[in-house]
Design a protein around this ligand. Structure first.
Ligand code: SAH
Ligand code: SF4
Ligand code: F3S
Length: 502
């Protein structure tokens, strides 16, 4: 096994056995644009080659080759998985619902320890599947693979894995697959970071009527508890014209709602040749005809602009839903978390948004048990929850991520104490969300119909602008369309409704 560091390109490649992955970087032309265009056509060439291979294999076996992608983690990963499936289907694999497929990929997450545990659980099962189906190939990619200790563990304990790649090179799937079938060893290709954004590759959307659209990649914030900046690299924005082109494309295919994705959307556009703000980008996206709804994830409280609030207040398409992660209500902890705002600043910002956008749905992320969190600190968090009156919140138990500054902080909080605080926080959030949910009863709301209700026949489920769900009578041909629904009854965090016809 040779370890090779191509530090110039900031690329870290591990080449196992005698397998060589053609890097081909030096020979590329200087012009960046040209390079990136070449990269996507290079990848299409690999897809063509692999298509022939898949065809031949299918003929040998007398059946289609199947694939499956299991996704852990956030919307970024969901989006990446759609790109992986796009490539696999272009190659000729047929997607199946089960993990018993000829090519199974795990797109991993490492934001909290339990995400890692889950992967190892699945890998235990996979070994048996592979024994049943010797054709089977296993790919691992995503955030967890950007950690060296994970790669070491997989290479020593999970030798049946075929391909490992990271977050920066998912566009190379066909090329890596080719390297795998041409060789016998495990292929490992992990890049430390990249400034490349390869456009125009295929993607297979999970829903026909809504989808995520990347606007930027990476994160530069280095919140002290968070591993994302280490595994997703430095911040880089996509060009507005590429984003608009994608939005137009998906809308022409029937998409009604897009979710603009970035780890900190407020810093969108800062690194572009012609800088552009996130608020400006929203205005541009709004112009796309046929698009009904725009959502975004995630803004950071430290640099949320008045312009952004204005766009949300005045736009007909930007949903009046602000998901603004708070993490903690204690200014002392916020400082240790490297969040760059205080409790008072967060509350003031929330109030400003709630006043300027009447009826706005306000949601957040909260971490319980950050190192050194005292009962006093925790009470400050409860204070803010009461004062802002969140519509809902994602609550997380602090998870120690090795390599982050918080991991070496003293006073890691006792498990039982965390559990008690977590339960108290949930109870309070249940109150605030139920209170908000009640306010809308009797209103008529426009919803995007997303699916049939699995519990009751003849019932549909629609999503309100504020992200809550309503169940009502309708026929399944309506899925993917918009409808007006009267909210008849509230159930704490969802509604029962009646469709208003005409
Ligand atoms: N970029 C977004 C989301 C990042 S991850 C943001 O800044 O908000 C989503 C959420 O996971 C974070 O908001 C945080 O609440 C939580 N999280 C991140 N690291 C964590 C850790 N080590 N332990 C527990 N929760 C964590
Ligand atoms: Fe993590 Fe903070 Fe970046 Fe969000 S902003 S991804 S919490 S470092
Ligand atoms: Fe997880 Fe990576 Fe998202 S660590 S939360 S999948 S950016």
């Amino acid at each position: 096994t040779t370890k090779l560091k191509l530090s110039k390109q900031n690329i870290h490649v591990i080449i196992k056995d005698t397998v060589k992955i053609e890097m081909n970087y030096k020979s590329r032309r200087n012009n960046r644009m040209e390079q990136l265009k070449n990269e996507s056509s290079r990848q299409y060439e690999y897809m063509e080659k692999m298509k022939k291979w898949v065809q031949k294999k299918s003929e040998e076996l007398g059946r289609k080759l199947t694939c499956h992608v299991t996704t852990f983690g956030c919307q970024m990963n969901e989006k990446d998985s759609e790109k992986l499936l796009g490539i696999l289907e272009t190659i000729g694999y047929e997607e199946v619902e089960t993990e018993e497929a000829d090519f199974l990929i795990f797109n991993t997450c490492t934001v909290r320890e339990n995400a890692n545990t889950k992967l190892y659980g699945h890998l235990g099962q996979v070994k048996k599947m592979k024994e049943r189906n010797p054709q089977m190939m296993i790919g691992l990619c995503g955030c967890m693979m950007q950690e060296e200790h994970v790669i070491e563990k997989i290479r020593s304990s999970y030798k049946f894995v075929d391909i490992i790649f990271g977050t920066h090179n998912i566009f190379k799937l066909a090329e890596l697959l080719k390297a795998r079938v041409d060789s016998k060893g495990m292929i490992v290709d992990i890049w430390k970071d990249t400034d490349q954004i390869v456009e125009d590759l295929p993607s297979d959307r999970k829903f026909s009527f809504k989808c995520g659209v990347n606007i930027m990649y990476g994160c530069n914030n280095f919140c002290s508890y968070c591993i994302v900046p280490y595994v997703r690299g430095r911040e880089r924005s996509r060009k507005p014209e590429d984003i608009i082109k994608e939005v137009k494309q998906v809308v022409s295919e029937g998409v009604k709602e897009v979710m603009l994705l970035g780890q900190n959307v407020n810093s969108y556009g800062k690194t572009l040749e012609e800088p552009m703000s996130f608020a400006e980008l929203l205005r541009e996206v709004e112009k796309v005809e046929g698009l009904e709804r725009i959502r975004f994830m995630t803004p950071h409280p430290k640099d949320l602009s008045d312009d952004l609030i204005e766009v949300m207040a005045t736009s007909k398409k930007v949903c009046k839903h602000m998901h603004l992660p708070m993490q903690s209500g204690s200014s002392r902890l916020l400082k240790l978390m490297n969040r760059h705002y205080t409790k008072e600043q967060y509350v003031a910002l929330a109030k400003k948004i709630q006043e300027r956008i009447p009826g706005v749905s306000f949601t957040t992320d909260i971490i319980v048990g950050f190192p050194g969190e005292t009962e006093e600190d925790f009470k400050e968090t409860l204070d803010v929850v009461r004062e802002v009156g969140f519509d809902s919140a994602y609550t997380y138990v602090y998870s120690k991520r090795s390599g982050t500054p918080a991991a070496s902080m003293e006073d890691q909080v006792d498990k039982d104490v965390i559990k008690d605080r977590f339960d108290r926080l949930l109870a309070l959030l249940k109150e605030t969300s139920a209170k908000n949910c009640k306010k809308k009863v009797g209103d008529i709301e426009r919803v995007l119909i997303e699916e049939e209700n699995t519990h009751e026949e003849g019932m549909l489920t629609g999503r309100l602008e504020n992200n809550l769900l309503v169940h009502f009578k309708g026929c399944k041909e309506q899925i993917g369309t918009m409808a007006d629904v009267k909210l008849v009854e509230e159930k704490g965090f969802y509604y029962m409704g009646e469709q208003i016809h005409g």
